[in-house]
Write a protein that binds this ligand. Structure first.
Ligand code: MN
Length: 466
């Protein structure tokens, strides 16, 4: 049975046009004006006065991650329900190699966690934490199996790679046609600052001290070091969850020298500031994420960079915990599992504060939430665009809906929403996953439709850069 979505305003990275969309077998068959004839035998849904976006893609999620002696509140089940309910039809989660494991084992572990559990489609990046000759050889198989993007950490003892490994991994990825996204923070600064607090105060109870342990300069130093290493290798890299003006300035300096750098930020760095840590106690620990929330000035710089298309993607870094889990840091804030939910909220936050707020255009929203992550991670044009042959992942966006963010109405298994009480205009009314109406007004209609998506090799991501 064909379906025809009639009269919606189809948004792309290039513009908006009132068009009909004809769907068959989970794919887009035709897009154009007045498709009545070719859609004669189709089931018709009137979507006039609504915006239609290509399904949003969240390129940075941590579902079912064991971390800090616990496991994230959202496994793939609730995590992808949250994504889908908000309009995200595909995530790219970080399959993470534990030290001593092969890459195949890491991927197998992540398939075990995700397969059959997902309500939106899913792809994987692979986080490499153990680098040696054997892993280098294995990378070739991994890349040919459809994993083209990798994650490297410059902090966290269990996962961080040193500068030599960074150089070697980037070189190998260059050979094989892969790209790395890197968590940039200087580990030494973070550790020394944590020790300083303990020496001065005898303990680490005051969460107000947390942002000082991960200063913007620690991010900037690591961004700079990464970019210098990448320049030695002569390969593009992605700076993930960029949070600060200082970090951004390092990116711009490198770009002025002709270097290709992609940048991701997250809604929390655009919308929340370090004032949240002054509340103290559990209220403050809700916002313990790494890098930490910054200042209003940093937010302004990031918004301008997004508007100037110097930031290519906005992802969630969804890494959710419950309040009870956040209590692990009751006596020592450094024991708090770091991370926040945000999967369901992301598109509506970017629409409300970004588009309605006059900071970015609808087309830019489409690019940073859908088209660009699809292109960056080898999912385009299967995902990220409304065109014949693409998956019929579609978001019917109601610009007039007014709603309030409330944790109890969201799909995440976390029991708080970082934006609790925010009144938003605009939300995902209907979400189609490969042609199936899978979510409506924040509720899941059809669960567990998610399929694994293999990335395709792409050599030139330069088209993303302005
Ligand atoms: Mn992350």
């Amino acid at each position: 049975m064909k379906q025809l979505l009639r009269g919606g305003t189809v948004v792309s990275g290039e513009g908006q046009r009132v068009q009909d969309i004809l769907i068959e077998d989970g794919k887009i068959l035709e897009v154009g004006e007045n498709l009545q004839d070719s859609g004669r035998d189709a089931e018709v849904t009137d979507v006039s006065k609504k915006l239609i976006f290509p399904g949003f893609i969240d390129g940075h999620t941590h579902m079912h991650l064991e971390v800090s002696g616990t496991v994230t509140a959202d496994l793939f089940d609730t995590g992808t329900r949250a994504e889908l309910a908000g309009g995200t039809t595909c995530i790219v989660d970080f399959a993470t190699q534990n030290r001593g494991e092969s890459l195949a084992e890491a991927l197998e572990n992540w398939h075990k966690k995700a397969d059959g559990e997902c309500s939106c489609d899913y792809a994987f990046h692979l986080a490499i934490s153990d680098w040696n000759e054997r892993i280098s050889e294995e990378l070739e198989t991994v890349v040919s199996s459809g994993i083209h993007s990798f994650k490297l950490y410059m902090v966290y003892d269990a996962m961080m790679v040193d500068d030599q490994s960074m150089y070697e991994i980037l070189s190998r990825l260059k050979e094989l046609g892969g790209i790395a996204g890197v968590h940039c923070e200087n580990s030494g600064i973070v550790k020394a600052r944590l020790e300083e607090i303990k020496r001065k105060e005898g303990g680490r109870r005051d969460v107000g001290d947390y942002p000082g342990t991960r200063p913007a300069l620690a991010e900037a130093e690591a961004v700079n070091r990464l970019l210098k290493i990448a320049r030695c290798v002569d390969t593009p890299v992605i700076v993930v969850h960029l949070s600060s003006q200082e970090g951004y300035e390092e990116v711009q300096k490198a770009r002025e020298k002709g270097q290709k750098v992609y940048v991701e930020t997250c809604p929390q760095y655009l919308l929340l500031d370090e004032g949240r840590y002054q509340a103290g106690g559990l209220e403050a620990r809700k916002y313990m994420i790494a890098p930490p929330l910054r200042t209003k000035k940093d937010q302004e710089v990031l918004w301008q960079a997004l508007a100037g298309e110097q930031i290519q993607t906005v992802a969630t870094d969804h890494c959710s915990f419950t309040l009870e889990q956040k209590e692990m840091g009751k006596d020592d804030f450094s024991m708090t599992p770091c991370g926040m939910p945000g999967a369901q909220e992301r598109p509506a936050l970017i629409y409300h504060y970004g588009v309605r707020g006059g900071r970015i255009t609808l087309e830019q929203m489409c690019r940073c939430l859908s088209e660009n992550p699809a292109k960056l991670y080898g999912l385009y044009p299967k995902k990220g665009v409304i065109a014949p042959g693409s998956d019929a992942d579609l978001v019917v966006w109601d610009t007039k809906a007014k709603w309030t963010l409330q944790s109890k109405e969201l799909q995440s298994a976390s029991d708080y929403c970082p934006y609790e009480g925010a009144s938003l205009s605009g939300r995902a009314e209907k979400v189609y996953l490969r042609g199936e109406l899978a979510a409506e007004n924040g509720e899941i209609i059809k669960a567990f439709l998610g399929q694994y998506v293999r990335g395709v090799h792409t050599n030139d991501r330069g088209f993303l850069l302005k």
